[in-house]
Design a protein around this ligand. Structure first.
Ligand code: ZN
Length: 206
């Protein structure tokens, strides 16, 4: 009998609803992703100079954006990357939350190996992970992160309210402009030609 795996987007919305039922999140957006990690899920968010220096972290995969340590319930973030872009920092937290929610339970088959490379924590999902299984888990984590930070119903409402003003929307959701633009595109809220528009914020896809 096939075990039905949770859809990453549905899982993100379920988490958000669960959080809202226990805490008063105030006015959304932005989604208080760090508070969800810490207060709701009991995950500690920490920054470190080099994630690869942590015990158990892979050292052969280049620089890591983040790492979830299930044993100590800690999300580790690359300090430099987090400082460079608050939106990027929030995306990596949401991505690591996804691994906690979707991949840590031992029933999913493919085990999530620790450490998420910058190209894998991809706001535009153009990462170049080699292993197919690993790529699937990273892609699920990114889909979850996008839904958590930019829930469809909020994006639709805010896009209409702001006249699809990308910088304003990115500020409201506290995400990078490229991440926000991709979200609008995939929701059919922007014409396709805007996919190629130049951006100031350069942190997508790293
Ligand atoms: Zn990951």
């Amino acid at each position: 009998m096939a075990i039905r795996k949770p859809d990453p987007r549905q899982a993100a919305l379920a988490l958000l609803r669960d959080f809202e039922s226990r805490f008063d999140p105030g006015t959304l957006p932005p989604v208080p992703v760090e508070r969800i990690a810490e207060s709701h899920l009991g995950l500690l968010v920490e920054e470190v100079d080099d994630v690869r220096a942590l015990p158990g972290a892979p050292t052969d995969q280049g620089r890591l954006s983040g790492l979830l340590d299930p044993a100590t319930k800690t999300i580790w973030l690359d300090r430099r990357e987090a400082a460079r872009s608050p939106g990027r920092r929030r995306f990596t937290i949401a991505h690591e939350i996804a691994h906690w929610v979707l991949h840590v339970p031992a029933t999913t088959g493919a085990r999530h190996e620790p450490g998420c490379r910058a190209g894998e924590v991809a706001e535009d999902d153009e990462g170049t992970a080699r292993a197919r299984g690993r790529r699937r888990l990273e892609s699920e984590a990114n889909a979850f992160a996008r839904e958590l930070l930019m829930p469809e119903v909020l994006v639709v409402a805010q896009a209409s309210e702001t006249g699809r003003n990308l910088p304003m929307l990115a500020e409201r959701f506290d995400v990078s402009v490229p991440a926000l633009r991709l979200r609008l595109l995939t929701l059919g809220l922007l014409p396709p030609w805007m996919a190629a528009a130049p951006v100031v914020d350069d942190d997508a896809g790293r």
